[in-house]
Design a protein around this ligand. Structure first.
Ligand SMILES: Cc1cc2nc3c(=O)[nH]c(=O)nc-3n(C[C@H](O)[C@H](O)[C@H](O)COP(=O)(O)O)c2cc1C
Length: 257
């Protein structure tokens, strides 16, 4: 059985020390003019392997092959800012299906997103055929608790829970699960960017995420693994609404010290 580890090919290594310079665990040193690991374990982030000019460091049993960077991929900052400025939560979708290629690209964005301590603890459920059945379960959960919530929240009182309350008849829903919620949310944000770059609209369904974590039945129906929780739910489809301008935001609240 293989064991996850960093392996140094001493024939290729030229002892430049670049691997040690990027190692967050301080787990690499130069010994006899060659890189060597100090301990047997680290977070296996792979930075040593990504920086090595000689391709002398292999990440054993850590996942798929590494891709060579052939060009700088720097985005135009104004384009990025305008993407953020003009993105809107979409609650009205066309019936148009989303191609498998695009769904896979969105999932790839989630898979590649960085995680705390390189946990790589994020996984995904794509709700397609089972979407309506799962939504119906969540609607039931919310209808049960609504009378209580209504007592405290005027906003909830105005909100009717119809049969498409969570997913707005969108063609695809992705539930993002993680041990660490922050890791899941980061994946969600990157997935949203890739979805938007493909012309899709996205809604973060905090409500469905809440229902999924609260209901044992939903958890079981979508098989949330033990130790994980739903971190966020993305509702995806081609928008059936065209927003003509950005929305107001509070003034920047910042302090420099
Ligand atoms: C973490 C999070 C959870 C959200 N959950 C829901 C939700 O369950 N249902 C919904 O209709 N909108 C949800 N939204 C959308 C917000 O209401 C929306 O982002 C906000 O009103 C601003 O509108 P905009 O996204 O168009 O700028 C959520 C947004 C975030 C960031």
């Amino acid at each position: 059985m293989t064991r996850k580890r960093v392996m140094i090919n001493t024939e290729k290594c030229i002892g430049c020390g670049m691997c040690g310079n990027v190692c967050v665990a301080h787990n690499l040193e130069i010994r006899n003019k060659k890189a060597a690991t100090i301990m047997d374990s680290c977070i296996l982030c792979g930075q040593c392997s990504a920086v090595c000019p000689q391709k002398a460091i292999l990440m054993i049993d850590c996942g798929d092959g590494q891709v060579e960077k052939t060009e700088e991929n720097r985005l135009n900052p104004n384009d990025v800012l305008n993407t953020i400025r003009f993105r809107r939560s979409i609650r009205n979708f066309k019936e148009t299906e989303i191609s498998k290629d695009i769904i896979e690209q969105i999932l790839e964005a989630g898979r590649l997103t960085h995680t705390a301590k390189n946990m790589q603890d994020v996984s995904f459920i794509v709700l397609d055929k089972e979407k309506k059945r799962i939504e119906t379960m969540a609607v039931k959960v919310f209808r049960t608790v609504k009378p209580i919530v209504d007592l405290f929240s005027p906003l909830a009182r105005n909100n009717k829970i119809n049969d498409s309350f969570f997913f707005f008849n969108a063609p695809i829903v992705i539930v993002i699960m993680a041990k660490d919620k922050t890791n899941g949310i980061l994946a969600a944000q990157n997935m949203e960017y890739v979805a938007e770059a493909n012309g899709l609209g996205v809604l973060y369904s905090g409500f469905f995420t809440m229902a999924a974590n609260a209901s044992r039945k939903i958890k079981k129906a979508i098989s949330i693994p033990k130790g994980k929780k739903a971190a966020m739910t993305l509702v995806l489809g081609y928008p059936n609404v065209n927003f003509l301008r950005s929305t107001p935001h509070k003034k920047l609240n910042v302090r420099y010290m």
